[in-house]
Design a binder for this molecule. Structure first.
Ligand SMILES: Nc1ncnc2c1ncn2[C@@H]1O[C@H](COP(=O)(O)OP(=O)(O)O)[C@@H](O)[C@H]1O
Ligand SMILES: [Mg+2]
Length: 235
């Protein structure tokens, strides 16, 4: 579904991604983990069209999307819940969701999607008329995910959905991510929380300093001694 082939990218003269390879097949949850500054968000930006790549290829459903601008990427069925959530604080919960669904053709589908998001996150329904900035961190994360899935994407990119949230809230959000996946959405999950990411994903990539250091089945990576020592705190 999504293929990233030998991608080199960066900011100005600074090269951040030094030729990375990654793919996500239909229906998969794939994790991209690694320390702060490794290049995970930069990778996502190369897929969403926010950052032009310098070398390599990004394809989606066998089509080269590396030159397609960000506003058209959503039309292809790729949506992103960005790092730091970035909800529109001065808009209501409902208005935020409406922004996510503005590309939907047809009122019926819009209604269905909205109902789906509200059924997935009943808190958002309860708080639909509240300003997004008045929500807790966990609720804002739910809103960011809800907004991203409003347009019924086939591929959902999640950038650090657990960041800054209490463990019990993180568990709730991860349950919802699983539900979204079971509905048939493919997911690329970016996480610093390696343990959590390996639990939910079928395959994972470990990124360090702009390179893929390791990749494989998540169940196998969980037992890898390098991962245990570096990321899981096993001595
Ligand atoms: N907008 C930007 N301009 C310049 N450098 C950036 C920008 N965003 C990220 N970087 C740099 O790119 C590197 C990778 O960052 P990032 O992709 O955000 O890592 P991660 O998401 O894995 O924490 C870091 O060294 C960071 O300082
Ligand atoms: Mg990041």
């Amino acid at each position: 579904m999504l293929k990233i082939k030998n991608v080199v990218a960066g900011y100005g003269k600074a090269e951040v991604l030094h030729g990375i390879e990654l793919y996500v097949d239909a229906g998969e949850v794939v994790a991209l983990v690694g320390p702060n500054g490794a290049g995970k968000t930069t990778t996502i930006r190369c897929v969403t069209g926010q950052l032009p790549i310098k070398q390599g290829l990004v394809t989606y459903k066998e089509k080269d999307i590396s030159q397609i601008p960000a506003y058209q990427i959503v039309n292809l069925g790729i949506c992103c819940s960005p790092e730091g959530r970035n909800v529109f604080g001065n808009l209501s919960v409902y208005e935020n969701l409406k922004m996510g669904g503005y590309l939907i053709h047809g009122k019926q589908l819009y209604k269905e999607q909205l109902e789906w998001v509200y059924s997935l996150f009943p808190k958002l329904w309860e708080r639909r008329d509240q300003l997004a900035e008045s929500l807790s961190g966990g609720e804002q994360q739910m809103l960011a995910i809800g907004r991203a899935i409003m347009s019924k994407p086939s591929l959902l990119l999640l950038d650090e959905p657990s960041l800054g949230l209490a463990p019990v809230v993180v568990d709730q959000i991860y349950e919802k991510i699983e539900e979204i996946s079971h509905e048939g959405t493919s997911i690329l999950l970016v996480e610093q929380n390696v343990r959590l990411a390996l639990e939910i994903s079928s395959r994972a990539y470990v990124m360090e300093s702009g390179q893929i250091r390791l990749c494989g089945k998540s169940s196998e990576l969980e037992k890898d001694s390098y991962i245990e020592q570096t990321y899981l705190g096993v001595k």
